[in-house]
Design a protein around this ligand. Structure first.
Ligand code: ZN
Ligand code: ZN
Length: 158
């Protein structure tokens, strides 16, 4: 699978670092990251409606698997503020997080794109709603999630 990595204007500096982190974690499962350049955010306001942006990303990326790093904070209607979120091949991430948190949340959202769900163990797939919670989890998959993903990617090759 190829993951298309888009960025909003000021989030550019983090793109190369994220590409490395994502490929380190998921490369063994056949994932490659392709830097796909700048994608304009068509919404006004200090906080971005994540549901609307996910739909926009799905259209803009022609429904290829994509992660979009954006400059402004995100909120999801009826849920509230989110660090990142994903739905059906499209994922968003707020680029203003500090590098440790940003990398963990990027891995978390890519895990969702690869069909992993939330995990209660010491694992990057553990749900975190604040930067402090995100910092407490490891920047890698637990054995259960690794095995689940290996099984899935193995089955897909048959
Ligand atoms: Zn999640
Ligand atoms: Zn796990």
């Amino acid at each position: 699978m190829i993951l298309h990595l888009f960025h909003d204007r000021r989030a550019l500096a983090d793109v190369a670092t994220l590409k490395v982190a994502i490929e380190e974690c998921f490369g063994a499962f056949g994932l490659q990251v392709q830097e796909s350049g700048y994608l304009y955010v068509p919404l006004a306001g200090h906080k971005l409606n994540a549901a609307k942006l996910l739909k926009h990303l799905a259209r803009a990326s022609c429904r290829k698997d994509a992660l979009w790093l954006v400059d402004r904070e995100l909120f999801y209607p009826e849920i509230g503020p989110v660090l990142g979120c994903s739905a059906k091949g499209a994922a968003l991430l707020y680029g203003g997080l500090d590098p440790d948190v940003l990398a963990r949340e990027a891995l978390h959202e890519v895990g969702h794109l690869l069909s992993l769900e939330h995990c209660p163990h010491s694992c990057v797939m553990r749900l975190s709603t604040t930067p402090d919670e995100a910092r407490e989890k490891p920047a890698r998959l637990c054995h259960k999630c690794s095995n689940r993903l290996a099984l899935k990617t193995g089955l897909e090759r048959i």
